[in-house]
Design a protein around this ligand. Structure first.
Ligand code: UD1
Ligand code: CA
Length: 463
């Protein structure tokens, strides 16, 4: 929308979190609280976005440094929400339009709600528009006091904080969400006229309502259908509550798009993860970061996949961890496999139980089914890696590469001491310690020669 400016308050201490870190950087369902707020605000296409920081400001600005075009205003000390918004003034000087004020700790807010707020605000020509909600338990929130028209249900006259409210005002069930649209033009002059004569001795931003009404300016309200949307996070309890709601929302959308969630309560699928239709996700699965799961996959219980791509029809069996890797179509992983960063499992390949891959390419149709460590290895197509094969990639100082060409067969319990190459179609005898290249088509055998001592057991027992 033209000339929309977003200001996000994130200077407060968040005392009830009992955290050494800033509240807005705590994560809910995969991303930080403030990131959820940015995403909701993005739909407004703001020309300016200012974050007001204070408590642990370095941590907050540091964490947000990758977001382009963001501006920071420092509020020090923190004298209240009105004082907080005032700190954003230098970033908005000389501009016009609408300021949308948000809190960094309100992660359930939807884009559509903000768009509706701005729409009403503009069409009514309001100086301020307050997002309100009717709730069963209004304690702690600012109450919306309406004027005497329409039997006390008239226009908004003031917002009274819980601590300043009369018993009668405490009975009001319409609350201030702390989210507002303001016309920029009268805003900062009015903010400067706010005082601190209240129960908390703070500059209350909601006092703008009374000030604007006294000056004969238009103040509007927009009421939320679902009051849960403005739930703020003030404690670990509330962090868990909003996390559960975010998860449920995400999982509803996935199921609507054709994904089977065997137990939606225990499927943890991040906001940037994509999942194809007809994929089945079993209980206690965690899909994180930029993970992309194809169609028709099966992800079994207890799996965690981070920043990885899993192609169509792949099966990930129970209790696997996959990070920053690619799994080709129809491949089978696990149970109990660990796929570490920069690995690539080819089409139809198998990685079985207790097998670890790191910076390793396993070609199409190749198998490493049991108890292996494959690190810094390039493994061709249709290779068989026997049980217990280890690439010895580290000499204590440097990492070295192992190359296993197409169709090779590595006998069980072999060590491949890198740098080393096993040629196309070559065999390595079981139990070998391979320290030299094995030429294509050759058998490499590197183990102690077997000696059978005839009758040895009988002689031993007689002694
Ligand atoms: C505020 C509103 C209240 C509303 C409620 C909704 C005021 C005075 N009251 O109360 O009417 O019902 O939100 O959740 O505004 N902050 C700063 N600097 C400060 C103080 C606060 O940046 O000096 C930030 C906080 O980090 C937070 C937001 O402003 O993100 C709201 O502050 P908070 O102290 O939580 O206000 P409430 O008491 O909840
Ligand atoms: Ca609050």
């Amino acid at each position: 929308m033209p000339d929309t400016h977003v200001v996000i308050l994130a200077a407060g201490k968040g005392t009830r979190m009992k955290s050494a870190g800033p509240k807005v950087l705590h994560h809910a369902a995969g991303v930080s609280l403030i990131e959820h707020v940015f995403r909701a605000a993005d739909a407004l296409r703001p020309s300016t976005t200012v974050v007001v920081v204070g408590h642990l400001s370095d941590r907050v600005t540091g964490a947000l440094s990758t977001r382009l075009g963001l501006r920071f205003a420092l509020q020090e000390p923190q004298l209240g929400t009105g004082h907080a918004l005032l700190q954003a003034e230098p970033h908005l000087a000389g501009k016009s339009g609408t300021v949308v004020l948000l809190s960094g700790d309100v992660p359930l807010l939807r884009s559509a709600t903000l768009q509706a707020l701005v729409e009403v605000h503009r069409t009514r020509g309001a100086a301020a528009t307050v997002l309100t909600a009717r709730v069963d338990r209004p304690e702690g929130y600012g109450r919306i006091v309406r004027d005497d028209t329409q039997g006390g249900q008239g226009r908004i006259a003031a917002i009274v904080e819980d601590k300043d409210a009369t018993p009668a005002q405490r009975g009001i069930d319409e609350i201030n969400s702390g989210i507002y649209a303001f016309a920029l033009e009268p805003l900062f002059a009015a903010l400067r006229s706010i005082g601190t004569a209240n129960a908390q001795g703070e500059y209350y931003l909601p006092d703008l309502v009374r000030i604007f009404r006294e000056r004969g300016l238009v103040v509007e309200t927009v009421s939320l259908d679902d009051p849960r949307e403005i739930l703020g996070v003030n404690s670990r309890r509330e962090l868990a509550d909003v996390t559960a709601i975010l998860k449920a929302r995400r999982n509803e959308a996935l199921m609507a798009a054709g994904v089977t969630l065997v137990d939606p309560d225990s499927a943890w699928i991040g906001p940037d993860v994509t999942v194809g239709a007809d994929t089945v996700i079993h209980p206690n699965v965690y899909l994180e970061g930029r993970t992309r799961i194809g169609a028709g996959c099966e992800i079994h219980a207890g799996v965690r996949i981070v920043d990885s791509a899993i192609d169509d029809g792949a099966v990930v069996n129970n209790f696997c961890v996959i990070r920053e890797s690619h799994v080709g179509p129809g491949a089978q992983i696990g149970p109990f496999a660990h796929i570490r960063p920069q690995s690539d499992v080819g089409e139809g390949a198998h990685v079985g139980n207790f097998t670890e891959l790191k910076k390793t390419t396993l070609g199409k149709g190749s198998k490493a089914n049991h108890l292996s460590y494959l690190g810094d290895a390039t493994i061709g197509e249709k290779v068989n890696i026997g049980a217990g094969t280890i690439t010895c990639n580290y000499d204590g100082t440097h990492k070295h590469q192992t190359v296993i060409e197409d169709g090779a067969f590595i006998g069980s319990d072999s060590q491949l001491v890198a740098p080393v190459r096993v040629g196309k179609g070559a065999y390595v005898a079981a139990g070998s310690s391979i320290v030299e290249d094995v030429p294509p088509g050759a058998l490499g055998i590197a183990r102690g020669k077997q000696v059978n001592k005839t009758g040895w057991v009988g002689k031993k027992k007689k002694q």
